[in-house]
Design a protein around this ligand. Structure first.
Ligand code: PDD
Length: 281
């Protein structure tokens, strides 16, 4: 695989980052994951706008223009012949001479920017979309700025492991009884024909897929309610699903061992997935 590191395209085994990189030492970095379908980037603009916001919120410089970033994405898709998959992008505050809590001067410490592709043939036709996933609920123990897409993913990673250990697929995080989001996706329930999802705030990541799905749902005259819902309400919902750049719209058929509806994928979720895949291309 060819990867991109600080202005260079290199074979992945030749790419090198300093051990003093603040991404490595302090999780001082931001990232984006953009999906690729039929060789095309899905919602590049949305991801670029959120990346800029993440950088601004952390007082980080912008090391590359949006136009150049698009070019790097396209070049990596081309050279790695990605038809279906993802592009991972990470920007950190760079590698100062030593470990220090104080931010380095951006004049003397250039940021580190890395991009690589992940080939995922069959992503859009995933068989899991037909059967759905099972989730457990866990307490949300992340920091308070979940709207910034930082690389501090230890807790979400632990949550995913708790789900795996329980024989399930993922975890929904819960704060004060209300569902925030999945470990790496936004969470929704469906009651009748109404789609319910938590409103945007610092408590959750402002999903790019979320924005698109809600827009398409409203355009299709489906009812959308942006409000908090409890994990108990979720267990009594007709359907539930998650959205993210890597799963698009994915049904949830079980929460904490409780089957939703008849335990099978419902009708609203597959319809939304279909609309999303059609409209995003
Ligand atoms: N995760 N919430 C969290 C906590 C996430 O990590 C993600 C994305 C989302 C969905 O955002 P979007 O629709 O923009 O992908 C919500 C990516 C895919 C990841 O970490 O791999």
């Amino acid at each position: 695989r060819t990867v991109y590191v600080n202005g260079e395209y290199l074979p992945e085994n030749e790419a090198k980052i300093s051990i003093f990189d603040r991404g490595f030492l302090m999780a001082d970095g931001v990232y984006e994951v953009t999906s690729v379908l039929e060789g095309k980037l899905i919602d590049f603009d949305g991801h670029a706008v959120r990346l800029q916001r993440s950088l601004d919120e952390l007082d980080m410089q912008t090391p590359i223009s949006k136009e150049d970033l698009l070019e790097v994405h396209r070049e990596l898709v081309r050279v790695n012949e990605i038809d279906e998959g993802m592009i991972y992008l990470q920007i950190t505050r760079g590698a100062p001479d030593d470990r220090d809590f104080v931010f380095p001067d951006p004049e003397t410490t250039p940021q580190t920017i890395v991009l690589f592709t992940q080939n995922k043939p069959g992503l859009a036709n995933s068989p899991t979309a037909k059967t759905g996933i099972k989730v457990i609920s866990i307490e949300d123990e992340r920091w308070g700025r979940r709207d910034i897409k930082t690389v501090q993913l230890l807790y979400p990673s632990m949550g995913k492991m708790m789900a795996k250990k329980a024989g399930k697929d993922d975890a929904w995080m819960v704060e004060d009884g209300f569902v925030t989001e999945g470990t790496s996706n936004n969470a929704y329930i469906v009651k009748g024909n109404k789609i319910i999802t938590r409103a945007l705030s610092n408590d959750i990541l402002h999903g790019i897929t979320r924005a698109a799905v809600l827009r398409f749902a409203r355009e299709a005259q489906m009812e959308v309610e942006e409000r908090n819902f409890t994990i108990d309400e979720a267990k009594q919902a007709d359907e539930a699903f998650i959205t993210s750049a890597s799963t698009f719209v994915m049904p949830v058929v079980e929460i904490d061992g409780v089957s939703l509806g008849d335990g099978k994928v419902g009708s609203v979720t597959p319809r939304l997935r279909e609309i999303y895949l059609e409209e995003s291309l």
